[in-house]
Design a binder for this molecule. Structure first.
Ligand code: ASP
Ligand code: MG
Length: 388
């Protein structure tokens, strides 16, 4: 019955965003249903917290200590601004400020260590980049408590046991399940919402490990599997998986439901959607994975499941650059590539739109055309018309 909700960086970066998170969580808890929250580090713009952490560390490694200090000052300012904004001059604020200061001291030490050595070890990088989530989870938990929700920050290091490759580690399922049951079980039984740091775990030897960049989604899927969750929901700042990249095809729409296989096909064909590795735990355990917009929670979003009962012919269109002059445009629709008539109509559509097709191929679930770059948008728009 437990749900996992992961909130991305832009969902936790301002007071308004936190208010949305609070509303969404409250709404779920009305039914007294157990919930685990997973959070990313603050998604500051244009450079997010995790990237600031890395920048400063890299600067320190080449002796640019002023730049490292600048990164640190920025990190301090954004976190302190947020908590002061949200909590005012309160005991919560003071406690969080202290945690932020402790983290910043650790950051200093890590920067000094790499400055001395002139290089960044994987262990130091992992420890350094984990700071963003170590800051955000206590902030989110404290905010939820101000909303009358019983919430407690939990470090991913306490839950996810990983392999030794600490920058892109793989979870150990069995050990993780044990730790999750032992640590989260009692909290859930008491109606407490654990707010878990995404992105991080711990090796068997007790070193901080990262699940790879963007790994908070992966954390949510791993916890979902360990808890046998009924659903994992990724709350983000887009309305779901789209029928096309809305920056290229303005009329793109969120897709209501897709199969894990279709999302994988889309990712491989260039769409910026969930990484296949990230979805794998949910896919294997047959846990529905939903993508929803934190800032428009009433919208349905996208539901990713094993089987989609949907008779629409084509689901989405995407493209990637195959060199400087060519684009590979792909039209995705599970199993429909087999239908000769649908495939013929797809080629016909491109020719009617006047697109020069340099090469074409039909597979079971896609049709793909290589076109000159100046025809890329024309091809995307033409094929998008077939997506309904
Ligand atoms: N904060 C981490 C990153 O930027 C993980 C995540 O946001 O998913 O890679
Ligand atoms: Mg992300």
């Amino acid at each position: 019955m437990v749900h996992v909700m992961k909130f991305g960086g832009t969902s936790v970066v301002t007071g308004e965003a936190l208010a949305q998170v609070g509303r969404i969580v409250k709404r779920w808890l009305v039914g007294e249903r157990p919930l685990v929250v997973v959070v990313s580090a603050l998604g500051t713009r244009p450079i997010k917290v995790t990237d600031w952490l890395l920048r400063g560390l890299q600067a320190a490694a080449v002796g640019e200590l002023a730049q490292a200090a600048e990164a640190k000052a920025y990190l301090e300012a954004v976190h302190l601004d947020l908590i002061t904004n949200v909590f005012g001059e309160t005991a919560e604020q003071a406690e969080l400020a202290e945690q932020i200061t402790i983290g910043l001291k650790a950051y200093d030490r890590l920067c000094e260590a790499v400055a001395v050595r002139g290089q960044i070890s994987a262990t130091i990088e992992a420890e350094c980049l984990s700071l963003g989530e170590r800051w955000s989870a206590p902030i989110v938990a404290a905010y939820l408590r101000t909303q009358g929700i019983k919430a407690e920050a939990v470090m991913g290091t306490e839950l996810v046991v990983t392999s030794e490759d600490v920058l892109a580690a793989t979870p150990d399922k069995a050990l993780t399940r044990e730790r999750v049951a032992a640590r989260l079980g009692p909290l859930l039984a008491e109606g407490v919402v654990p707010v878990v740091t995404g992105f991080i775990g711990e090796t068997v030897r007790g070193e901080v490990a990262l699940l790879g960049r963007g790994g908070s989604d992966y954390s949510a899927a791993i916890l979902g599997e360990a808890l046998a969750a009924t659903e994992v929901c990724i709350w983000t700042d887009v309305p779901g998986v789209m029928t096309a990249d809305p920056r290229r095809v303005a009329v793109a729409q969120p897709i209501q439901s897709l199969s894990f296989g279709e999302v994988t096909t889309l990712a491989l064909a260039g769409a910026k959607v969930l990484h296949p590795e990230t979805m794998r735990p949910c896919w294997q355990a047959n846990i529905p994975l939903r993508i929803k917009d934190t800032f428009a929670p009433e919208r349905t979003g996208t539901l990713i499941v094993n089987d989609v009962a949907d008779d629409r012919r084509w689901r989405a269109v995407t493209s990637y650059r195959g060199g400087a002059e060519q684009a590979v445009v792909t039209l995705v629709g599970a199993g429909q590539g087999k239908e000769a008539a649908a495939v013929a109509a797809a080629w016909q559509t491109l020719s009617e739109a006047g697109v020069t097709v340099l090469a074409q191929e039909a597979r079971t679930d896609t049709v793909q055309a290589v076109v000159p770059v100046w025809d890329e948008d024309r091809a995307l728009w033409a094929w998008h018309d077939l997506v309904v």
